[in-house]
Design a protein around this ligand. Structure first.
Ligand code: PEP
Ligand code: MG
Length: 412
């Protein structure tokens, strides 16, 4: 059995050009697991903090000072690595060492173990042999915290090839919709610069309604029927709009405000009109009862909590009790360590809450989350459509398909 022989951390940059950390975990066989941490722009109040005092350098220093705690551990024993990490930082939000260190270290250890055993990483994370591909879910049009002024308040309009039978087809369909939308936008506005938001979705000067209309048109022009071959999704990221003083959702760019009741109707109308398969954070991060209303109203749509749950097992238990959502985003760096995230995944499946493993808006070109999405039996893998750091995750799914270990697509 391999043992961790050394750990090396370095300062790198993410897709937004911000500082981040990368960690190598090296086994005594010389196998290297290497993971670079992502970061969010729309960050939930209760998620793990990325770095102590906002300093990646400080996180790396703390790791270096504590390297010995990990030497000699079995890199496939996620629990023991998590426990060693918790000896350094027992805070609920990893404020001492930083969630980015927890993220990179635990996934890098897992990757090094998989390499030592000569198996793909997803095989190390699950004993289950009945594995299927999650449907790629990707941003085709960005707004909110992911794009500049003039773009929609809504953060993400997403596409998912819900009718696809193979992973390659599902990726190609998403790519075709992204490209078609680009053509429509260029025709609609001769001044359109081909600008894209943080996750690679187009960033046009359109309001929410216009943005949804063009997204739907892109699908239909390709001959797809919404809700059949292709479905749209929306990440409302409503915490961005929520104004705690006014107790209203303030849509600055579109110029209107919604009471909590109006916000539920606003989201419900969009879900119905565009036959969405997926609606994320349609209300703000603490509005569990309001989410429960939507969940009850749309039992067949993935009513998904992201900022609402922040990949936190205790918050998920509370949400499950209140039937606040039927689906949950899994972002490992919101939780901190991969161990925390796997515990979250177990709790979700216990409560019949479907998982969507997700990237962050600030990403690296790593593709470990493609393995994590498969191993956690996620229904969708939210990793974007276009852009080097997004396509890296999709390309990894195609490499994984060569193993012949995965039989088709999940049932949503
Ligand atoms: C999201 O909100 O789902 C998202 C991926 O964005 P961020 O990483 O900015 O939270
Ligand atoms: Mg979100």
């Amino acid at each position: 059995m391999a043992r961790i022989a050394s750990i090396k951390g370095r300062l790198l940059y993410n897709s937004r050009g911000s500082k981040t950390v990368e960690i190598d975990v090296i086994t005594d066989n010389g196998d290297v697991g290497r993971v670079c941490a992502p970061s969010g722009a729309s960050v939930g109040k209760y998620e793990a903090i990325s770095f102590p005092d906002n300093s990646p350098e400080k996180g790396l220093e703390i790791l270096k000072a504590n390297e010995k705690k990990f030497i000699g551990l079995d890199p496939s024993d996620l629990k023991s690595i998590h426990e060693a990490l918790r000896e350094i930082d027992s805070t609920s939000n990893y404020s001492k060492i930083g969630g980015s260190i927890a993220f990179s270290l635990t996934i890098a250890a897992t990757e090094s173990a998989a390499k030592s055993e000569g198996i793909p990483m997803f095989k190390l994370l699950t004993k289950d042999s009945d594995l299927k591909f999650p449907f790629p879910l990707g941003n085709i049009l960005g707004g909110g915290a992911h794009a500049g002024p003039g773009t929609p308040d809504i953060q993400e309009i997403l596409v998912c090839a819900t009718g696809s039978k193979t992973i390659r087809d599902s990726i190609e369909v998403n790519l075709s919709v992204h490209k078609e939308l680009g053509k429509i936008l260029a025709k609609k506005d001769p001044g359109f610069t081909n600008g894209r938001g943080d996750e690679g979705g187009w960033a046009p000067k359109l309001n929410n309604e216009q943005a949804l209309e063009v997204a739907a048109r892109a699908c239909e022009q390709l001959g797809f029927t919404l809700g059949k071959e292709v479905s749209l999704g929306v990440d409302f990221a409503s915490t961005t709009q929520w104004n705690e003083n006014k107790k209203k959702y303030v849509y600055d760019r579109a110029g209107f405000e919604n009471t909590p009741e109006e916000q539920i109707d606003f989201a419900a109308e969009i879900i119905k009109k565009y036959k969405l398969a997926y609606a994320e954070d349609a209300v703000h991060e603490e509005a569990f009862e309001d989410m429960a209303i939507l969940t009850k109203k749309f039992p067949n749509i993935l009513i998904t909590g992201d900022d609402l749950l922040v990949t936190n097992t205790e918050i998920l238990k509370n949400a499950a009790k209140k039937r606040a959502c039927n689906a949950a985003i899994l972002k490992v760096n919101q939780a901190g360590s991969l161990y925390d995230a796997i515990e979250f995944a177990k709790e979700a499946s216990k409560n019949n809450i479907k998982l969507i493993t997700s990237h962050r808006s600030g990403e690296s070109s790593d593709s470990h989350i493609s393995h994590i999405g498969i191993a956690t039996k996620s229904k969708m893998l939210k990793v974007g459509v276009m852009g080097g750091e997004r396509i890296a995750k999709l390309n990894e799914l195609l490499r994984i398909s060569e193993y012949d270990l995965i039989r088709g697509m999940v049932e949503i």
